[in-house]
Design a protein around this ligand. Structure first.
Ligand code: RP5
Length: 165
């Protein structure tokens, strides 16, 4: 799966399956709007464990600053990624068919003390917010990005109507 931007990626968006893309594309689109270089990969904790090991172990060395990991069901990807890198890992629970994403949420959020995963909401809202949170983390050391993030939030505020009718 592609999604690379021109410059070296700062955010890695990984997901357990191509079926997660419909949700995780919202993280990518958010980063694109904010001009944050990122990459997207399918990396499954269960089906491709060696790929996950290689990805997480090399992420910091390749220049990534934040990892966004989305998965559904028995969603071990964010936690396993976090176990192998000190980079901040943001977990997005993908809405599953059987349990509506409650399985994904509980699999991601209830990490043991010592290996943190910043867990977002189930589905699209979580993916959008993971993109925003990754940008906010990067913006602490990138004033131009901080300005773009402020502008994005101001535009959102301006777009909210006074009346529902
Ligand atoms: C998880 O299993 C993936 O993250 C996905 O959400 C779920 C179902 O995967 P597919 O069977 O659609 O490939 O590992």
């Amino acid at each position: 799966m592609t999604g690379e931007t021109g410059s070296a990626p700062l955010v890695g968006i990984i997901m357990g399956s191509r079926s997660d893309w419909e949700t995780m594309r919202h993280a990518a689109e958010t980063l694109e709007k904010l001009g944050v270089a990122h990459e997207t990969r399918v990396v499954s904790a269960h089906r491709t464990p060696e790929r996950l090991f290689d990805y997480a172990r090399t992420a910091a060395g390749r220049g990534l600053k934040v990892i966004i990991a989305g998965a559904g069901g028995a969603a071990h990807l964010p936690g396993m990624a976090a176990s192998m890198t000190a980079l901040p890992v943001l977990g997005v629970p993908v809405e599953s068919h059987a349990l509506k994403g409650m399985d994904s949420l509980l699999s991601i959020v209830q990490m043991p003390a010592g290996i943190p995963v910043g867990t977002l909401a189930i589905g699209r809202a979580g993916a959008v917010n993971a993109g925003l949170l990754a940008a906010a983390i990067l913006a602490t050391s990138d004033s131009a990005l901080a300005g773009r993030l402020d502008a994005w939030r101001a535009a959102q505020t301006a777009s909210v109507p006074d009346s529902p009718a």
